[in-house]
Design a protein around this ligand. Structure first.
Ligand SMILES: [Zn+2]
Length: 510
């Protein structure tokens, strides 16, 4: 939502809520700050955001309890707010905006009128202290409110009074989205190549973009976003509003010109699902400038992380992501997705065969305990665990003139996606000059490292489609790679989908 106001000089001032991924108990802005949160009117402090507040400072909880205890004689009531100083220039606003803590006759505890009244007091306080307001999505959790209504009240009471407001969403706990399914390590991984051409689009190959998701999750992750990626999305089942994370390998246009448009379109669907973007230094200025100059405020939280150097950049349930520096004309990274090892399940068959009766004894074995049967036999839980499945490793490269840089990361890796812009035959100095790889160089490196599956992409547009009669065709790239690599190799075409099973191994093309 955008609010435009006339200033004294007649210029348009666009005031919008700033959405960030992060924790509202660690507000990010210079100068005085107020953290606003909603309390109930029955003296309960115990669930949700208040727990995070209490872990940080004891004062807001104590002040609320004292305020409630003296309720007969003070102003404790719906619509009231009290400001508790917790640090120099930082206050917590205990704002009473929910009636009780349970739904009654289907009505949630949220009280919008009380929130409006309370936020007007916050606006007064913020103006008097020249403070910015920070908050989680208040009243939307246990209070049962909807953000659409709360957001309108925030605009009316704070933004329009000129108070800067930042709203925080916690980051998605899983690489593949907030869906529970994204967390279930071990699901099939699905790779959809949205663009596989180098430098400029052709009718056959759009510029770089690769979508990755688990077989079960709606959420997905995007690696690079060349111009026209939105169009490619229309041709497959991926919805922009379900995009959770973007990893940009480098800031050459054929890898990122599509991103501002995609971010904008994602917002048009009315999603509030937060988005995280990783990329080399400059990605923040690129995106914020493009969004700002085109008057494109986003209604969802965006967290732009500039990757300053190689190393671990993301740790989530089930997966970690590491950045590795490549050799190109500008800072460029490969991203290494490492799945956590999956401990073996309880071996129920073995327990049955051992004659252990089903029931509580199984639970004890699962918990790793020792059990003794009436016949005297002793069993130990650790003997009934199926073998651990090693986590899969997937390496997705950006433009790179030296595939060997990846050697330390790709040993026995399940899947390496790497550019092969040219064949050796046609490269003659070009590949090196432009910071790109040949099929031969990548294949040799993959062979050395024992890569299980190799998918080549970012193909020069000079290579025609297989069988279309031109010379050379993409078959030359594939042919050259198979000469030097004994594992499974494929050259990706636009909209190709590959699946990697739960224990890695064979990559299946759909
Ligand atoms: Zn490049």
């Amino acid at each position: 939502m955008t609010v435009k106001e006339e200033t004294q000089t007649g210029e348009d001032v666009v005031s919008v809520i700033r959405y960030l991924i992060g924790d509202a108990t660690g507000p990010e802005s210079p100068g005085p700050k107020v953290i606003v949160h909603i309390c109930n009117d029955i003296g309960r402090w115990g669930k949700g955001f208040v727990m995070a507040l209490s872990r940080r400072w004891p004062e807001p909880e104590q002040a609320y309890r004292d305020w409630y205890a003296g309720g007969e004689t003070n102003d404790f009531a719906l619509g009231m707010a009290r400001f508790v100083q917790v640090e120099a220039d930082l206050w917590v606003a205990n704002t009473i905006g929910q009636h009780g803590i349970r739904r009654r006759k289907e009505a949630p505890p949220v009280r919008y009128d009380a929130i409006r009244k309370g936020l007007l007091k916050v606006a007064e306080f913020a103006a008097a202290h020249n403070a910015a307001v920070h908050m989680p999505r208040i009243a939307c959790g246990l209070a049962g409110g909807t953000w659409e209504r709360v957001e309108a009240i925030v605009h009316e009471t704070l933004i329009r009074q000129g108070v800067p407001v930042t709203v925080y969403d916690l980051p998605a706990p899983h690489v593949f989205g907030p869906d529970k399914a994204g967390a279930r390590a071990g699901g099939e991984l699905v790779f959809t190549f949205l663009g596989t051409g180098a430098a400029r689009p052709s009718l056959r190959r759009n510029v770089s973009a690769l979508a990755v998701q688990t077989g079960q999750s709606r959420g997905w992750v995007l690696f690079d976003c060349g111009e026209g990626t939105q169009h490619q999305l229309l041709r497959c089942r991926l919805a922009a509003e379900n995009l959770d994370r973007v990893f940009i390998t480098h800031l050459h246009g054929d890898h990122c010109f599509g991103l501002p448009g995609l971010l904008s379109a994602r917002g048009l669907k009315g999603t509030t699902r937060p988005l995280q973007v990783f990329g080399p230094r400059g990605i923040r200025a690129f995106l914020l400038t493009a969004l700002d100059l085109t008057d494109t405020p986003l209604d969802y939280s965006i967290d732009i992380r500039e990757v300053e150097d190689e190393g671990l950049i993301l740790e989530t349930e089930g997966f970690t992501v590491q950045a590795v520096r490549l050799a190109h004309r500008t800072t460029c990274y490969a991203y290494v997705l490492q799945e956590a090892d999956r401990p073996g399940a309880f071996d129920i068959e073995k327990a049955r065969h051992s004659g252990i009766p089903e029931g509580p004894l199984y639970a004890k074995l699962k918990a790793g305990e020792e059990i003794r049967l009436p016949d005297g036999r002793l069993f130990v839980g650790s003997d009934f665990v199926l073998p651990t499945t090693l986590g899969r490793r997937i390496v997705i490269g950006g433009d790179n003139g030296d595939a060997e840089l990846l050697l330390p990361y790709i040993e026995d890796t399940d899947l390496l996606v790497h550019e092969a812009t040219y064949t050796d035959e046609f490269a003659v100095g070009k590949a090196l000059k432009w910071g790109h790889s040949t099929a031969k160089a990548v294949a040799q490196t993959a062979e050395k490292a024992g890569v299980k599956n190799l998918v080549l992409t970012h193909i020069s547009q000079r290579y025609g489609a297989s069988g279309d009669g031109c010379d050379p065709t993409v078959d030359a790239i594939c042919g050259e790679a198979t000469q030097w690599f004994s594992g499974a190799v494929a050259v990706a075409n636009d909209l190709d989908t590959f699946r990697l099973g739960h224990s890695g191994g064979h990559l299946r093309k759909e």
